[in-house]
Design a binder for this molecule. Structure first.
Ligand code: ZN
Length: 278
C-alpha cells in the first residue's frame, strides 16, 4: 500500500498519518456529490483519500484536499450506541467534506488535520479565525488594522498567533467531547490562552511601532501618543505598562484616556477596552 501511495505524492510531499477506511462525503453547493468509503492519508500538504478499484485490472483513485485551503473545521461525536466521530471541514471555495468513523479513529484524524492546518495556514481575513485575531488586535490598539498595511515579518507573527488559536479551538472541542480525564486539557487550555495573550500584546505593539514609523516617514509628523498594549490583572487590580520603557503606569494619573509615563516622560493612550476594566 505505502509504495502505491508514495507513487502518487507530489514533490516534497510526505505522509504524516496513514489511517484506515473512512466514510467520506463531499458536499458542493449543499448537495452531496460523493459519498463513499476511502482509505485516508494525511500528508504535510493535503488530506488524501485513496481507493483501489477492480481486482484484475487495478485502478487507483485519489482525491486531494489541500490543507492550505481550509476555511474552518468542526468535530463532533454523534449517536448513543455505536458512537461515530464526524469531522467536518469547510474549504475556502465554500465546499465541504465530512469524514466519519469510530471516535478512536476520527479523533486521530482530527488531531492530524488540525496540525496540518496549523502548519499550512494562510493569513487571509476571510477566514473566521484570522478575522477574530484582527478583531483582537484592532480592539487592543483602538483602531482598525488592515492586513494589506502589514509587512511580512508581522504576518509571520500573526501566523504564529493563528497556530495558537487553532490549538485553543482544538482543546476546547476535545474538552466538550471528553467526559473524564480533562486535567491535561485544562492545563493545556490555560497555557495556550496565556500564550495567545502574550503573543497578541507583542504583535499589537509591533504593529503600532511599524505603523507609526510609516506614518512619520510619510507625513514628517512625529506620533505623539503611544498606545498601551501591555497590561495584566493581579488580584483584580489592572496594571498597565509603558510601551517605551516598561515602567508601571499609575492608573490614578489617567486623565480622559491619556497618561504620561513618570519614568520616560512619554505620552500614552489607553485603549477603550482597557479603560472599561478600570
Ligand atoms: Zn515609560
Amino acid at each position: 500500500m505505502m509504495t502505491t501511495i508514495e507513487s502518487i505524492l507530489m514533490p516534497g510531499e510526505r505522509v504524516v498519518y496513514e489511517g484506515s477506511e473512512v466514510e467520506y462525503k463531499y458536499v458542493e453547493d449543499d448537495r452531496v456529490k460523493v459519498s463513499d468509503s476511502y482509505i485516508i492519508f494525511i500528508t504535510n500538504k493535503c488530506i488524501l483519500l485513496y481507493k483501489e478499484r477492480g481486482i484484475l485490472f487495478k485502478k487507483h483513485e485519489a482525491i486531494r484536499h489541500m490543507l492550505a485551503d481550509i476555511y474552518d473545521i468542526s468535530y463532533s461525536e454523534r449517536g448513543i450506541f455505536g458512537k461515530m466521530g464526524v469531522l467536518e471541514i469547510v474549504f475556502r471555495d465554500g465546499n465541504r467534506i465530512l469524514l466519519m468513523q469510530k471516535p478512536t479513529i476520527t479523533r486521530a484524524i482530527y488531531k492530524h488535520v488540525i496540525d496540518g492546518w496549523s502548519e499550512n495556514i494562510k493569513i487571509n481575513v476571510n477566514i473566521p479565525l484570522i478575522q477574530n485575531i484582527f478583531y483582537d488586535i484592532s480592539t487592543l490598539l483602538n483602531y482598525d488594522v488592515n492586513l494589506a498595511d502589514l509587512p511580512p515579518f508581522i504576518l509571520n507573527k500573526i501566523s504564529r498567533l493563528a497556530q495558537i488559536y487553532i490549538r485553543i479551538l482544538y482543546v476546547k472541542t476535545m474538552m466538550k467531547i471528553l467526559r473524564e480525564d480533562k486535567g491535561k486539557l485544562v492545563d493545556e487550555l490555560e497555557k495556550s490562552e496565556s500564550d495567545y495573550e502574550k503573543e497578541l500584546k507583542s504583535v499589537s505593539h509591533q504593529i503600532q511601532q511599524y505603523l507609526n514609523r510609516v506614518y512619520e516617514a510619510k507625513t514628517g509628523v512625529q506620533v505623539r501618543y503611544n498606545i498601551i498594549t501591555d497590561f495584566s490583572f493581579k488580584d483584580g487590580v489592572l496594571t498597565l505598562k509603558c510601551p517605551n520603557c516598561g515602567g508601571s503606569i499609575d492608573v490614578k494619573q489617567i486623565k480622559n484616556n491619556t497618561v504620561k509615563c513618570k519614568y520616560c516622560n512619554s505620552d500614552l493612550m489607553i485603549p477603550k477596552k482597557l479603560l472599561e476594566l478600570l
